[in-house]
Design a protein around this ligand. Structure first.
Ligand code: MTE
Length: 324
């Protein structure tokens, strides 16, 4: 058995206070305008564009998890234009530029989500009804893709735990399985069998209930662009980006570990846990370093993407080489 060492750098919702204070001022200003776009003096991160006819998300900023000062300076949010134009979303094609080019055909409203399996109150719920009782929170998280690039993204969302609890999980619920929409008309990439659709992901119940695990509906203070997984996506910041399933239509609580898309594609290369781990190489490349989009050179990848302080207790006693 191999236990892991604490991360060298402390935990890290890199919630740069300055960014939030500036953004709070921005949102106040935006609240006074129709759509709040193109305000002079806004940083790149703040210049997210709402789609035509769509209101930006305007809301009080709550639930910010403060991050360590040293990371705040080093870890500014990725430019919105990069975060919304360099994407993985195979339902729209396999090139990084495909989702931004083709995701216009996705209709994020009306949208409903099925919550089923080991819950006391299963059902299909309209997304707006799902969100209504919750207060949206801001979380700036690093996203580390398994392909060794990374971004820092200010998400807007709600903790997955808060949503799941409303449906009364029963004691048999040990895992949570997620599925993306299947609709080749809206998702042209699904006309080919690039993957075995629907895209599927899963978490252990304690991972799903962890306060860092977010159901995101926005980023950079705006509704999610289609290419980033509108209208609802998962964000699990200590895991490789592929766990962050987009455009979710089904959440199923299960007694047994669900099958996930990348495991089904290639179980040797992609495990169920997919925790960011610089010490466990992908069979075809090292995971020790990463390229932050928008930067030159590479930086070291942090154990559990820098969130070890918050989540390492979930894996105590587990051999992370075996459970990769
Ligand atoms: N979700 C679906 N439905 N389809 C996908 O192809 N790609 C995953 C994940 N979620 C993917 C998905 C991968 S590999 C990554 S790295 C992240 O989305 C990328 O999220 P981003 O484009 O918002 O950066």
């Amino acid at each position: 058995m191999r236990s892991f060492r604490p991360t060298p750098v402390p935990s890290s919702e890199i919630t740069a206070e300055g960014v939030f204070l500036r953004r709070r001022a921005f949102l106040r200003a935006a609240a006074g305008t129709a759509v709040g776009l193109g305000l002079p003096g806004c940083s790149d991160a703040e210049q997210a564009q709402a789609r035509p006819g769509e209101a930006p998300l305007l809301k009080p900023l709550t639930g910010v998890i403060p991050g360590p000062k040293e990371l705040q300076a080093d870890d500014p949010p990725t430019a919105f234009k990069d975060a919304s134009s360099y994407n993985n979303f195979y339902e729209f094609g396999t090139d990084k530029s495909d989702p931004a080019a083709h995701a216009g055909s996705l209709r994020p409203r009306p949208w409903s989500v099925a919550i089923e399996g080991e819950v006391g109150r299963p059902g299909v719920i309209d997304l707006d009804d799902l969100l209504r009782p919750h207060t949206l929170e801001d979380r700036i998280y690093r996203l580390r893709c398994v392909e060794a690039w990374s971004m820092v993204i200010p998400w807007v969302g709600i903790p997955l735990a808060a949503v799941l609890k409303r449906f009364d999980p029963v004691s048999k619920a040990k895992y949570v399985a997620f599925e993306t929409l299947v609709d080749p008309e809206q998702m042209p990439g699904q006309r080919r069998s690039t993957l075995d659709w629907p895209y599927r992901e899963g978490l252990r119940i304690d991972e799903a209930m962890h306060p860092l695990t977010l159901l995101a509906v926005g980023m950079y203070g705006k509704v999610l662009p289609n290419q980033n997984g509108a209208p609802l996506r998962l964000v699990v910041p200590w895991k490789y980006g592929f766990k962050s399933i987009k455009s979710i239509v089904k959440i199923r609580l299960t007694a047994r570990q669900p099958r996930t898309t990348w495991q089904m594609e290639n179980a040797r290369e992609y495990g169920f846990f997919a925790n960011v781990n610089p010490e466990v190489s992908h069979p075809r490349w090292s995971q020790a370093r990463e390229r932050r989009i928008g930067e030159w050179g590479k930086r070291p990848t942090l154990m559990l993407n820098g969130y070890g302080e918050q989540v390492e207790s979930l894996y105590r006693g587990m051999d992370l080489r075996e459970f990769y």
